[in-house]
Ligand binder design. Sequence first.
Ligand SMILES: Cc1cc2nc3c(=O)[nH]c(=O)nc-3n(C[C@H](O)[C@H](O)[C@H](O)COP(=O)(O)O)c2cc1C
Length: 218
Amino acid sequence: MDKTVLRNLSYGMYVLGACDDGRPVGCIINTCIQVTSIDPVVAISVNKDNYTYEVIRRTGKFTISIIPEDVDPLIIPVFGFQCSKEKDKYKDFSYEISCGVPLLKSKFAGQLICEVTGMTDCGTHCVILGKVTDTRRGEGTPMTYDYYHKVIKGNAPKNAPTYQGDIEPQKEKPVIGDTASRYVCSVCGYVYDGDINKEPDDFHCPVCGVDKTMFNPA
Ligand SMILES: Cc1cc2nc3c(=O)[nH]c(=O)nc-3n(C[C@H](O)[C@H](O)[C@H](O)COP(=O)(O)O)c2cc1C
């Protein structure tokens, strides 16, 4: 089976939020679809190792914030590559708790408040159905997963259901004799075109936020 065909499925980009005894938690997901129209229900796919999954399973509530193309550049690195168990991901963002779930106040293309109506175990992931009980209007063009890869040049970690690390295409290698250099972030796979050593010491990966010592030559 050629699993690369699955890359042609389309997705959006979202912050999934939940509340752990009053403490907001959350993660990035690219899997959220509307499955019914009257009394709308959405389906999300969440890795069972994600702390956010654990909290949703316990509380039965979650929020979806639809990421716009001009999202605050810290949202995806903080929510997509770190774990809420150890880190307070909301510390540097403004948010409110509404109906027992967190709503970030950064720019989003809209937000949904949901109550869990079903959970289907899919092995590594769980598909969670949520009845949409309220919405918040937003602004901006919703970011697609394709835009995240092609324009932002971001990657997804192994907990994303669409992760295909085992079949990543070969990255273009510099031609022998070519002076161009490339460095790859060892955390998120972001590719830096050029000599990273020329960046100042406080340079951080624009996708996952680690410092330049975490980059290796490609
Ligand atoms: C672009 C992108 C897409 C992702 N999609 C999903 C997804 O659909 N489902 C999922 O469970 N995790 C997904 N992840 C991974 C989680 O966001 C990541 O594992 C996060 O660190 C979990 O945080 P938590 O432990 O605080 O819940 C994605 C991450 C990125 C960057």
